[in-house]
Design a binder for this molecule. Sequence first.
Ligand code: CTP
Ligand code: MG
Length: 520
Amino acid sequence: KRLKIGTYIPPKENKQSKELAVEIKKEKKKVEFVKNGKPVNATSLDADEKKEIVPEGKSGGKGKNNFEKLMKEIPPIIEIPRDDWPSFYIEEIDRVINRSYEIEKLSDERQANLDEVQTKLRQAIQMKVPQGFRLDAFGSSVNGFGSIRSDFDVCFRYIDNEEKDKVTTKRMIKSISRALHRAGFGNVMPIANAKVPIVKFSMKTNSGEEIEGDISYYNDRALHNTRLLSRYCSWTKDNLLSKLGMFIKKWAKQCEIGDASMGSLSSYAYIILLIHFLQQLQPAPLLPVLQEMGDKEEIMKDGWDVYFCDEEPTPNWSSCNLSVGELFIQFLDYYAKYDWQNEVVQIRQMGPLTKADKKWTSKKMCIEDPFVLDHNLGGRVGNQMFVTILKSFVITREIFFTLSERDLFLENFGGDKDYVIAEENNVGYGIALLSRCRSTLGVVPRVPIRQRNINPRPSRNSVPAQNTGVEHQKTASRKTDAITGGGGGGKSGGVNNKGGRGGGPPNERKQEQITGVEHQ
Ligand code: CTP
Ligand code: MG
């Protein structure tokens, strides 16, 4: 039976939260061994396995030892029963992800601003480059995963490709950069020596919005994978893939594991992780493998086959009807338990691919580009970052599986776990969830925290109904309104009055002022 938001659910036998937390603590204490670099629970091993594995703190070679030490930072993965979850829990997560998508998706206004930037770029470059050229947008502004925060990625190519050989890349990058300077673009920075040379820029549009972006010089590879991602988006209903992808990108940024220039993974790599997961989903995959579908023919570009089935999706192709929240939770579970030691994440074939197959055994994290098969999108992830990424999956999984943030969120608002988090608190709850991941990981904010009023007006849902004796109505927002005057922000998204991060033990958390602030 579908539950109405704000409906009281009579308490049932539920060992969620506190009891479960005690059990988890006990489980963690039992960890005595390290297997394949991961701490494992000794009670779960048989005698032979115990001989083979290394007792904690007594492992082999120097580098390995160091890595194993790092790996001990990752909490063990604990099987957490879902039977005790309130029946409406997943619906709450669905609402958080859906709402986040509605707020952050590329709006028509933002799209108009991007078009304006593209026109101005073209006009500016025309002044310096008399040969015919084209500028094509790629990346998240066109691949289905764009948000209001995304940058604007544009690719420069000559109409007549032979022009490319007449002038050096370095010179061309210099010309484009001068052209942008002259036309009044801000923060113009040429990067000519990169694998794909670019010119970075920013521009204030007529509406006053500041847009950052970069022009890549001949980035055909990105143009192809942009089309592929966009086609994958069309295979799910109700923008499901876009919603999930955007939420995962946001989560990764919050945990500071979503920036390739900082040694972690690019947004693009996370989308590949997501597509792979949805292709491998059991019992019913949500996505097909487009590179194995249709009338396969080789389309060679720069030595790589860029074929994929670009036809309209087959209606009702998948029988998977899992919701966006359920899929997010399963995504966390999948990658927390993923065999990173042996497997390569890829989206071009249904069958598995191993590091040994690719001769990538020296790399910790292997994510194959769908077209440029010798490109490992995780190739730059070092030991420390590998551990941080894995930790993020394990910890976030635990937060979502134990419902630990949910309990604290409700407790803070004077509700208990049997209440449904009200619609109007979706934004606050979403912020609280992601902030909880961030603070549990120990991420120190690197940018100032901005104060923001999330729910300026209390809605009808937030008014507690009279107890009729039949149905007791109450919502999680009640106390928020009392405290903030309607600004129902997430608790862990808030900061304490010492200026620290959201989070910390429950007692400390009680002292925090609920302000509805958001980490930027
Ligand atoms: N790209 C790629 N290989 C990479 C990184 C990026 O081919 N290792 C391409 C992809 O087409 C990607 C695009 O460059 O979509 C832009 O990259 P980026 O700006 O990092 O990601 P977006 O997908 O645009 O996401 P966002 O800007 O929203 O973070
Ligand atoms: Mg981008």
